[in-house]
Design a protein around this ligand. Structure first.
Ligand code: GLU
Length: 626
């Protein structure tokens, strides 16, 4: 998409001079409030998270000589303290890692698993109807075996240089000493207040003295500090087979409702489920886009396959030389096509034959591109394609449509790049903001509701549904931690929360950066739209203001949503500097930082310095759809 888009978009909040990690700006009870900075440029490595305390913890690890894996685990553990409603050891996630020494990308699948006792009808009522979503969320039933502790251990063992105790040290201190409550934390607590009041230990922890935490007050979580210390002392086996395992299972099977509140559905998790949990290494997905190698998360996430398929389709249209509106039209249409396939074909590969190689093949993209009419939006939902290895000329007959399934708007993504070029792109979650709402008593963390990412009932019982629950199965995810290389060398990495909008946020941000001439911070700040094979496209107000009329003339309809996603990313610039980028505004702003700021400190270069947006993609002749 064309460079001039930058001038059209409101890049609010990207203040000039915001180039270094912010210094503490105020104190409350001796605990410094960290400043939020959306763009930092310098050397020595970079960290971008949604939270300044977590970014600081990660940065300290890098500054002390730790690598990207060490810093990512340290920052993730810190997010368990400061973002406990989005992430923590009660949940799961996907860790994508570029190891500079071997020039390889590896992923760790830390997705939660269904209990062995969970069958396909687990989320149906006695009459066979899907449970109301909130009833399913706020229950023991929605809790899958957490994958995050195992992911941290595996990441450190395979890639890190620190021991688990060293990696957890910063988070333990943060949990003990506390962090300064900001508006985002207070608001997220307020949004969850009713849910939290249903569960005694959750209300006690997150509604201190029965009230919402005050902005500017210090929030401490000594229970979590002790839990992290237990993991530090005994390893994560304490979580999966030791004393913590018993606590988790007891809590899930008999949720600790507050006195006077209705009982929730108990869960099916057993000690056997925890003991057999593994967070396996998986091959990443890989596509080439304009000479760049784009790596993502393979199933059970649909992130890598859906972003990758859309990029393969879009490469055929030459977005880099298109004006804004046709470029955005192509983006929305390719996203709809890729989502149609995601919904029809992607699930846990141990249970479902996912045609991953076909979904990511150039030949299949050529066939799917037949449905992308540069002049008109297709009717949505559109049918899935046939990734069967046999591809003919256009047009291609329609296939039936499969529903999207429901995912929450929570989660967090952190991105770390170290001085050696190692990159961790790590998305972790407890699913909904506030997860199941159930805190393990005395342990300081909330349990996930990840199993509500399963499809409760097939939309069309005559068609295979890849995402129904099954014993031990992982629910399909949309998490899309992404790493981009060129000829095996690191270029950039990014990811976002946002349920199924994660995929479109990552895709749109990549297009903004690679084709739109924006630097990574601008690409993140630009207004977003999310087309997920639905009749209307979700879009932020600024997007609708800028493009709604012109895209409407092509047949697009928009539904206004306040915010989509909360991305973070890093980029290695050709001049040897590294750039960290986070949200300027969304979710209260994120936190980008580098280890060494340039001589002279914050000030230059300005956020719109072209040096921050070097050309990335090869120029190629766009291939016309066949
Ligand atoms: N559970 C979602 C997924 O795995 C993520 C939740 C969110 O980002 O809101 O895709």
């Amino acid at each position: 998409m064309p460079r001039r888009r930058i001038t059209l978009l409101a890049l609010g909040g990207l203040a000039a001079g915001a180039l270094a990690a912010g210094a503490p700006s105020s104190t409350a009870a001796g605990v410094p409030a960290q400043e939020k900075v959306p763009l930092a440029v310098g050397t020595g490595g970079a960290v971008a998270t949604v939270d300044p305390d977590a970014t600081r913890v990660g940065l300290e690890v890098l500054a002390d000589g730790g690598n990207a894996a060490d810093a990512a685990v340290a920052a993730a553990a810190a997010l368990g303290v400061t973002e406990p409603y989005s992430a923590g050891i009660g949940g799961g996630g996907f860790f994508v890692y570029y190891d500079a020494a071997s020039a390889t990308v590896t992923t760790i699948d830390g997705r939660e698993t269904a209990p062995l006792a969970m069958g396909a009808g687990a989320f149906l009522d006695d009459a066979g109807n899907p449970l109301p979503f909130d009833e399913a969320v706020q229950s023991g039933l929605s809790v899958g075996t957490p994958g995050t502790p195992r992911t941290w251990a595996r990441a450190l063992e395979q890639f890190g240089t620190l021991s688990l105790p060293d990696a957890l040290r910063g988070a333990i201190r943060l949990a003990d000493e506390g962090f300064v409550v900001d508006e985002t934390f207070r608001q997220q607590t307020a949004d969850n207040e009713a849910k939290f009041r249903r569960f005694q230990p959750t209300a006690e922890l997150f509604l201190p003295d029965g009230a919402l935490p005050e902005v500017g007050s210090v929030f401490r979580n000594p229970d979590l500090a002790r839990t992290y210390e237990l993991l530090a002392a005994k390893g994560v086996d304490a979580f999966y087979t030791g004393e913590l395992a018993g606590d988790v299972v007891a809590t899930v099977q008999d949720p600790p409702e507050a006195p006077g509140t209705a009982e929730v559905r108990p869960g099916l998790l057993t000690e056997e489920d925890l003991a057999r949990y593994d967070a396996p290494f998986r091959e990443p997905t890989r596509v080439e886009y304009r000479g760049l190698e784009v790596y993502g998360m393979a199933p059970p996430s649909s992130g890598g396959s859906t972003v990758g398929e859309a990029l393969n389709i879009l490469e055929r249209f030459g977005l880099e030389s298109m004006p804004d509106v046709p470029g955005l039209h192509s983006y929305l249409e390719a996203s709809a096509l890729a989502f149609a396939d995601r919904n029809a074909y992607v699930g846990d590969p141990a249970y479902v034959q996912v045609p991953l190689a076909e979904l990511l093949s150039e030949e299949y993209a050529a066939e799917r591109a037949c449905a992308l009419d540069p002049a008109t939006a297709q009717d949505k939902p559109t049918g899935a394609g046939s990734p069967d290895g046999e591809y003919g000329p256009c047009p291609v007959p329609d296939q039936p449509t499969v529903g999207e399934g429901a995912e929450g708007p929570s989660t967090t993504h952190l991105t770390v790049g170290d001085a050696a070029g190692n990159i961790a792109s790590y998305t972790l979650t407890i699913e909904q903001t506030g997860g199941s709402g159930i805190t393990v008593p005395g342990r300081g963390f909330i349990l996930n509701n990840e199993l509500t990412d399963f499809t409760f009932a097939a939309a069309d019982p005559t068609r295979p549904e890849p995402n129904l629950p099954a014993p031990g199965k992982r629910p399909r995810s949309s998490m899309s931690p992404t790493i981009v290389l060129r000829e095996g060398e690191p270029v950039l990495a990014l990811g976002s929360p946002g349920g199924s909008t994660i995929i479109t946020t990552v895709l749109q941000t990549l297009l903004n950066r690679i084709d739109g001439g924006m630097n990574l911070a601008q690409a993140i700040a630009a207004p977003r739209a999310s087309q997920r094979n639905a009749p209307t496209t979700d879009a932020e107000p600024a997007f609708i203001d800028a493009y709604g009329a012109a895209l409407g003339a092509l047949g697009h309809e928009f539904r206004s949503v306040a915010e989509i996603g909360a991305a973070t990313g890093i980029e290695y610039l050709p001049d040897g500097r590294v750039l960290a980028a986070a949200e300027a505004v969304r979710r209260g702003g994120g936190s980008a930082a580098v280890v060494h700021t340039p001589p002279g400190g914050p000030g230059a270069p300005a956020p719109d310095d072209p040096g921050l947006a070097p050309d990335l993609g090869d120029d190629r002749e766009p291939a016309a759809p066949e």
